[in-house]
Design a protein around this ligand. Sequence first.
Ligand code: HAM
Length: 420
Amino acid sequence: MSTFQAPKGTYDLIPPNSATYLAVREAIAAPLRNSGYGYIETPGFENVELFARGVGESTDIVTKEMYAFETKGGDRLALRPEGTASVLRAALEANLHKGGNLPVKLWYSGSYYRYERPQKGRYRHFSQVGAEAIGAEDPALDAELIILAHQAYRSLGLRDFRILLNSLGDKECRPVYRAALQDFLRGLELDEDTRRRIEINPLRVLDDKRESVQEQLIGAPMLRDYLCEACKTYHEQVRELLTAAGVAFEDDPKLVRGLDYYTRTTFEFVHDGLGSQSAVGGGGRYDGLSEMIGGPALPSVGWALGVDRTVLALEAEGIALDIPAATSVYAVPLGEEARRVLFGKVTELRLAGVATDFAYGGKGLKNAMKSANRSGARLALVAGERDLAEGVVQLKDLASGEQTPVALDAVVEEVRRALG
Ligand code: HAM
């Protein structure tokens, strides 16, 4: 161990487990790539104001969890706590919405940072794969995104997850509801902090995990009963499209997300094997966000799935992904001349697309064969002086132990044949 350790709330991805993370990212990205989403990458930090305005001044994310700092040049920046505000900022900056081809569909994958209290499934540095569909108000788009996330989880073999669905209304009906909820909440026995929340962000009170608060919330007005006709119709269509696609969901009238930009459709994917950090992904519609950050009206919808928690969900269900061995062929030279010749063959094999590794460091035969087995390779190429004198190398099947001499200039061909 060195003097240093990974910072609190973070962990390193290390082989062989890191392969599972890559596979999860890939599994989430695949349905998006297959559905017209283009890849976008934005900086790891942004002007702090973008998140304050976008995610919301009163959210925990902005008030408590942001890694904000001032640069030597005097810029106020923050490590990104989420992706939506950045992606929309980038799309507006590049005028993607002006190409006459709405919605602009984008997907991304990267690191996010929140100064949270660390626990299993909750980290200060974590990883998301996300998707945003910018500039269209169409219930089919909301449904598409939920269906694609569902498809991603299913392709990983996950079963014990549920989809929670809600509508948060729009700028017509939500203010009316907000006022009614505030009236109700002001009459309850609540602590100072929660009372303050009633004034700033009353919907978040519904999300309070404490039993003492939940008891008092019985009989609270529900947004469902306040939705305007347009929001009701929209939501009904999303529900119908999901049902028609065979994607089961649960209506959760109390689902409030931790970010302020949501309007209408909101959803969360929860996994039942994860304990308190059960949300493996979440998202929704954010019709007002563009205007909040100085852009034109661009109704949009998106989600982000947590890679770390998806990996934990796989573990909880006892699913081991079928990850092919990184190495197919392992070359073991015996002596200097063999080293030179086999190294050349390794390069040739790699150029031919065969995953190949080499016994470096002048290992003896026994050690080198151990490394060959550990690498997961199916074949070893072994050569010593006598083999070279005969113009061959030994091709060894590591499972059966069977060994056959192969002419030096036929190595690539024979390896290919042996690997099938
Ligand atoms: P979010 O619900 O804050 O939404 O995060 C999405 C997912 O990221 C969570 O469901 C969780 O799996 C993972 N996640 C969040 N925080 C942590 C953490 N501290 N440790 C580990 N995993 C975490 C958003 O970020 C929105 N931008 C989603 C969105 C996209 N909405 C519309 N478009």
